[in-house]
Design a protein around this ligand. Structure first.
Ligand SMILES: NC(=O)c1ccc[n+]([C@@H]2O[C@H](COP(=O)([O-])OP(=O)(O)OC[C@H]3O[C@@H](n4cnc5c(N)ncnc54)[C@H](O)[C@@H]3O)[C@@H](O)[C@H]2O)c1
Length: 347
């Protein structure tokens, strides 16, 4: 399978690295306007064709799948153009800046019969997969509360007025649409559909005035009646949490009527108690779920028809509905029902 990657930044490099290690996939083209990054990536991964414009990669007939790893405003135009020229697409999260934009991508996917995937990579983490299996198997009984957090440091990019991160027109919003999308997707995966959202958002640490929220506190109510609290920030420059990717503490606690689960990166990857049993603690390498571990391999299997996606583009769109509801709630100071967002997008 011949792969082209658009965007040679943080995530473009990560996908290039993963794809280069696979036997049955070949990275044949990249598109990146910044020469230094373009040449760097092409050299590092021996990529035969390196374009400065994404349009050239989309027109390249010797590409089967296009990975879209660029600022969010370019997700829809590139994904749509790629599907129109017959390519399958793996799009980075968030699917787009708005539900309406995301829907136009799903419509194009249906019209062209091409496959469109969303790179919600947290679904490929073993501890997150085990949580899904435990909840499906009622290991902690009916879950009724989640406390979830993404406490990160994106100060450099957020505080740079010229960087796309956190600017409305390029990103669609701040931390909520950005890494909040991952946490919202996990909560939907584990608990099911979300019915309503109440949110407060603020630019509380970042000084660049053209940026959207760096911090948010969000309350979610699920259709099954369960509740979740979600704390998000990109402004934790001096966090006491472990220093992983952008210093982010990524953690969720789940309480059920018969037990509880803690999943995250601030200690053992997964801890749980069930009934009166002792606390179980597992590290990531001690968890095997039988579910796909590599996003790049899994989406290739789905394209070949050998697997069903564990995360769909509809999941990407659903996460965007929650994001949009959160922004409306924060703007208008009220609880927003998801139907309201959905109906408006369908008009
Ligand atoms: N799944 C994840 O965990 C994850 C992690 C990081 C980023 N992302 C997503 O990936 C996307 C990119 O984020 P990033 O952190 O890599 O940003 P980045 O700024 O590091 O990289 C983006 C790259 O896109 C390039 N670009 C801009 N305009 C372009 C164009 N017209 N054609 C081709 N390339 C163009 C930029 O020059 C830059 O090198 C975002 O949508 C982000 O949300 C996802």
């Amino acid at each position: 399978m011949r792969i082209g990657i658009v965007g040679g930044g943080v995530i473009g490099d990560a996908h290039a690295s993963a794809i280069s290690s696979l036997k049955d996939q070949k990275l044949v083209a990249i598109a990146e306007p910044i020469e230094r990054l373009r040449d760097g990536l092409a050299g590092k991964y021996s990529v035969p064709r390196a374009y400065s414009r994404w349009e050239e990669l989309v027109e390249d007939n010797d590409v089967d799948v296009v990975y879209v790893g660029v600022p969010n405003d370019l997700h829809a135009p590139i994904a749509i153009a790629a599907m129109e020229t017959g390519k399958h697409v793996v799009c980075e999260k968030p699917l787009a800046r708005t539900v309406a934009e995301g829907k136009s991508m799903v419509d194009k996917c249906l019209a062209t019969g091409r496959k469109l995937f969303i790179a919600l990579n947290h679904r490929f983490v073993p501890s997150n997969q085990r949580v899904k299996q435990m909840l499906d198997n009622e290991a902690i009984g009916r879950p009724f509360l989640a406390r979830s957090a993404f406490i990160g440091n994106e100060f450099a990019r957020m505080d740079d007025p010229s960087n796309w991160k956190g600017t409305k027109e390029k990103s669609g919003g701040g931390v909520v649409i950005d890494n909040g999308t991952h946490m919202i997707d996990l909560l939907r995966w584990w608990f099911g559909d979300i019915a309503s959202v109440s949110a407060r958002c603020g630019r509380l640490g970042i000084t660049a005035v053209n940026k959207e929220e760096d911090t948010a506190a969000i309350s979610l109510e699920f259709r099954n009646g369960a509740l979740a609290e979600l704390s998000l920030t990109f402004a934790a420059r001096h966090s006491a949490w472990p220093q992983g990717y952008i210093g982010a503490a990524i953690r969720t606690e789940i309480y059920g009527v018969d037990g509880s689960i803690k999943v995250g990166n601030d200690g053992p990857a997964l801890q749980f108690v069930s009934g009166s049993s002792e606390l179980v603690s597992l590290e990531q390498n001690e968890i095997s779920t039988g579910m796909p571990a590599s996003l790049q391999e899994h989406f290739a299997d789905c394209i070949r028809g050998d697997a069903q996606p564990i995360v769909t583009v509809e999941d990407g769109l659903a996460a965007l509905e929650i994001v949009e509801a959160a922004y409306r709630s924060a703007r208008e100071g009220r609880c927003v029902m998801i139907e309201e967002v959905r109906e408006q997008a369908n008009r």
